[in-house]
Write a protein of this length. Structure first.
Length: 382
């Protein structure tokens, strides 16, 4: 069976959760074609997957790093044409290598191309509704708000929507999944390549990164490159003075060779085995994207979730982290309070108990196997 996979290229989260699905499909003897753009291309290449580049789509950032409605519009003035070009490229790839099933990770153009060609399609997403946050241009935002919900119509054309999240009442992306009546939706669990990380491996990692035995905090920087650089610089200014902790910081620069030490902070361009380091850490700090939060949950770790400013989805994910009692939300403007939050989490036994309880639930689910099963079911039912 041939599966075509269209991957959203905004950040690395979409590619990082789709790659385990691709590996599982290959293990089962199936073939794969990819289209991708943006940051996703680098990660696919690093993992040895060939792909066809597609047209880049992204959001605009203000000077302070927050998502800007105005700059997003200016950056995407030709959006209808660019979206049409995305569909044309998707269709071209599927014409050249006709798939049995199509997989879309938050790619509306992939769904449209699949339906034009009469192919069954599964959509993986955790943001059915686009959550818009604004400080200015409220009238413009109200106008745009109706337009940006248009993908809901396309998502509903898919054969099934697979949500890579825990089922209710533990769903992280609860506030962005207000689906229409009749939407076929299934909670499959986190799309994470499950592996057994032994206590011995955890101890080896802790000794290697934390020989002094301090509380170990893993800071996972993600997002597009300007966003990563800004956040990393701001965090480093704060944590270098928090000497009672040992910090390991991944800057999210794929393939970057550098590692340097700054007092109690180890700084890496890229951490090859971030999952193992997460499992060995006491606390995980990162953006409030679903993939990072899901991994922290799977390994039973407390979380400090820092939403990208005015990023509606991440803000709501961070609120859910607090509501579920597995960590704290930290506004990027309030990074100076990082020490207080780490202190609260370090001594908050209830956070640890809740994190372990959700880890037990996540461990009983296998989103990768479930999505692979759904894909096979769609393919064999033709």
């Amino acid at each position: 069976m041939l599966v075509h996979m269209g991957i959203c290229g905004i950040g690395l989260g979409h590619a990082s959760r789709s790659i385990p699905v691709a590996k599982e499909l290959l293990r089962r003897g199936h073939s794969i074609t990819f289209t991708a753009y943006g940051e996703a291309q680098k990660l696919l290449e690093k993992e040895g997957f060939q792909h066809t580049p597609n047209v880049n789509l992204s959001y605009g950032l203000s000077d302070d790093g927050s998502i800007s409605v105005k700059r997003t519009i200016l950056k995407n003035l030709l959006l209808p044409l660019r979206f049409a070009e995305q569909i044309a490229r998707e269709t071209s790839v599927m014409d050249k290598w006709p798939p049995d099933v199509v997989y879309s990770d938050t790619r509306a153009s992939t769904v449209v191309a699949a339906k034009v060609l009469g192919r069954p399609v599964i959509v993986v997403l955790n943001q059915y509704n686009i959550a818009l946050e604004v400080r200015r241009f409220l009238r413009l935002a109200r106008y745009v708000g109706h337009i940006i919900q248009a993908p809901e119509i396309i998502w509903d054309r898919s054969d099934i929507i697979a949500v890579p999240d825990l089922p209710p009442p533990y769903t992280i992306s609860k506030y962005t999944l207000n689906t229409n009546p009749g939407t076929r939706l299934e909670y499959v669990g986190p799309l994470i390549e499950k592996r057994q990380i032994s206590s011995r491996e955890v101890e080896q990692i802790r000794r290697r990164h934390n020989p002094d035995g301090k509380p170990l905090v893993f800071i996972h920087i993600s997002g597009n490159r300007p966003e990563r650089e800004r956040l990393a610089a701001a965090i480093l200014r704060v944590i270098k003075d928090l000497g009672r902790y040992r910090f390991v910081v991944s800057l999210g620069n794929i393939g970057g060779p550098t590692h340097r030490e700054l007092g109690n902070v180890g700084i890496y361009d890229w951490v090859e085995d971030a999952d193992a380091l997460m499992a060995a850490s006491d606390i995980v700090v990162g953006r409030a994207g679903l993939t990072v939060i899901s991994k922290a949950i799977l390994y039973g770790r407390k979380i400090v979730a820092i939403p990208t400013p005015l990023h509606g989805e991440q803000l709501r994910n961070a609120l859910r982290v607090e509501e579920l009692g597995i960590g704290k939300m930290l506004d990027e403007k309030d990074l100076a309070s990082m020490g207080d939050i780490l202190e609260e989490l370090s001594h908050g036994e209830e956070y640890g108990r809740t994190a372990r309880a959700l880890s037990s639930i996540a461990s009983r689910m296998d989103g990768v196997l479930k999505v692979a099963d759904i894909i096979e079911g769609l393919g064999y039912s033709i």
